[in-house]
Design a binder for this molecule. Sequence first.
Ligand SMILES: Cc1cc2nc3c(=O)[nH]c(=O)nc-3n(C[C@H](O)[C@H](O)[C@H](O)COP(=O)(O)O)c2cc1C
Length: 305
Amino acid sequence: MPFSPEAGLQAVRHMQTRASCRSFDDRPVPDELLQEILSAGLHAASGGNLQPWSVIIERDRDRARRLSELCGGQKFIAEAPVNLLFLLDWHRYQVYAAQKDAPFTAYKSYMHFLIGVEDVLCAAQSMETACHLVGLGSCYVGSCNHCGEALAELYRLPQLTYPVVLLSVGWPKTQPATAPKLDPSVLIFEGQYPDLTDDQIFAAYEEKLRGRTLSLPDKEPFRGEMLEKLRRSLATTYDSGKVEQILHAADEQGFINETQRRFGLHYHARDMYENGGRILKMMDKQGLRPFDALDKHEGEDCNEN
Ligand SMILES: Cc1cc2nc3c(=O)[nH]c(=O)nc-3n(C[C@H](O)[C@H](O)[C@H](O)COP(=O)(O)O)c2cc1C
């Protein structure tokens, strides 16, 4: 289909207005439109064109509510007329490779895992962009990979599949404002990585995150619990004197900064092994073992079973 550079440029300019949308009205998304969007994802780039991804379309209201609960009670998921659950999917290729006498070990290869997740995101992002171009709002939900086991049950996910990300889609109730982004000077480089000074980096983040804080809860035990969680994270990086100083300042001012929140309260490295290493265990349960080779010795066959 002919598509003029002018129309393309208009689309590119429109992409510069995108923002996550977390509030949807009641209008359904017509099926023909959804099919167009899905088809945009189908044509996304894919390493080796393996396409190791699947997407599950969820339009059922009750299951959308269940999804919302599973993903930490994020309300917009239940409101969205369509939710798209993106999976890393090696199941399909395993079946095919066996019939082609191919030595299939992609589910135990870190490179395949990495490229596979990249592929999932290429497809998802094509669909996200397509949504924006046709006026639909959408928001990614990463927390779906914390409830992988429940999702595996809900959607009868076979072995070698793993939920990577959810995309909630619908007509925006109100147009979301674009989020502040880092200044391109610290993000986009010409030719080589520049010698950015600490001050330049500091200023760029301060500009982007200006005034963003998280208030500590007024009430106990919630306030104490949040400070305790932060204390445990801080203790992996700072000595005890510094930890107390940071916590005292937070308690005095009644808030923590956005960076303390992001790295102190969410996805700390500790979370990978605490609670029995839940996320890695879930991957293991689904048969995905991209770090297997780490346990093997050089020269040993790491492709058994
Ligand atoms: C992988 C990924 C996971 C995300 N997970 C969530 C989520 O669970 N809940 C949410 O409200 N937003 C989520 N988002 C959206 C981000 O919060 C959002 O992109 C960011 O704040 C920047 O805002 P913008 O998208 O409007 O530019 C996610 C985005 C990505 C790319």
